[in-house]
Design a protein around this ligand. Structure first.
Ligand code: ADP
Ligand code: ADP
Length: 229
């Protein structure tokens, strides 16, 4: 269970305009934290920096004490599993979509998924299980079913860090709560960071970081943040 640290990170997409203004926060090993804030606050940018799509102008990002600037792209990808808001699925079966990434070992991956305790809670709620065709871009599935497939696919890689980038934001409240609850149960042995724009959906996070215009406005448990309002 790795720690994730942003240490005084300054970043702008163009040199003349900073998006993150010396952002610092710490995610303890095994913690489930959330980053909330209005649209444009810089939440998704944090994810892009974590994957080194971009590098900060100054400051450091550490995973388990190691500066990610000195980590290979390959081991970064193995360390962090991402679930984006709008996951793209292959026009194939649910099983194929969960096992993808190692096409040479397709049947083996599907068999592994079918026996994986972290994956099963997501599959049980899907229609007919692994053989269901998802259709063009997953169109035959509901939004919630699509995201369950995307989460199962990410969990199969068993990443020690899970980054949920608005992964359930497009879903209705009940589906969102079901998926969040299941995620929490299967994430005990991981560190997770959930990016969200509604405070209510991340109420059970260990710590919520509130980002405003690229700065940490406040942080604390849901209860603590409500008291401040
Ligand atoms: P959030 O996820 O909180 O909505 P983002 O991190 O996506 O915010 O964006 C933060 C700011 O960075 C916004 O003002 C946005 O317009 C700007 N931005 C995002 N992506 C890019 C990009 N690729 N190039 C330039 N500016 C960008
Ligand atoms: P792999 O990385 O093993 O090829 P993934 O399922 O993790 O397989 O593929 C998703 C990859 O695409 C991630 O590793 C990440 O680099 C990138 N990616 C996809 N969506 C996003 C997003 N919203 N923000 C940042 N990175 C993303």
């Amino acid at each position: 269970k790795p720690t994730v640290v942003f240490d005084n990170v300054v970043f702008g997409y163009e040199d003349d305009r900073d998006i993150l203004h010396g952002l610092s926060f710490e995610v303890p090993a095994g913690a489930h934290v959330a980053i909330v804030g209005p649209s444009g606050a810089g939440k998704s940018t944090i994810g892009r920096l974590l994957f080194r799509f971009y590098d900060p102008q100054s400051g450091r990002i550490l995973i388990d004490g190691q500066d990610i600037a000195s980590v290979t792209q390959e081991s970064l990808r193995a360390a962090i599993g991402i679930v984006p808001q709008d996951s793209v699925l292959f026009n194939d079966t649910i099983g194929y979509n969960i096992g993808y990434g190692r096409e040479d070992a397709r049947d083996e991956d599907i068999a592994r998924a079918a026996a994986d305790a972290a994956i099963l809670p997501f599959i049980r709620s899907l229609p007919d299980g692994f053989d269901t065709e998802v259709g063009e871009r997953g169109l035959k599935l509901s939004g919630g079913e699509k995201q369950r497939v995307a989460i199962a696919r990410t969990l199969l890689k068993n990443p020690p860090i899970l980054l949920l980038d608005e992964a359930t934001s497009a879903l209705d409240t009940r589906t969102e709560q079901e998926i969040t609850g299941t995620l929490r149960r299967v994430s005990r042995n991981r560190t997770s960071i959930a990016i969200a724009h509604r405070l209510s959906t991340v109420a059970d996070a260990d710590t919520i970081f509130v980002l405003d215009k690229g700065r940490l406005a406040e942080s604390g448990s849901h209860q603590q943040l409500l008291r401040h309002d």
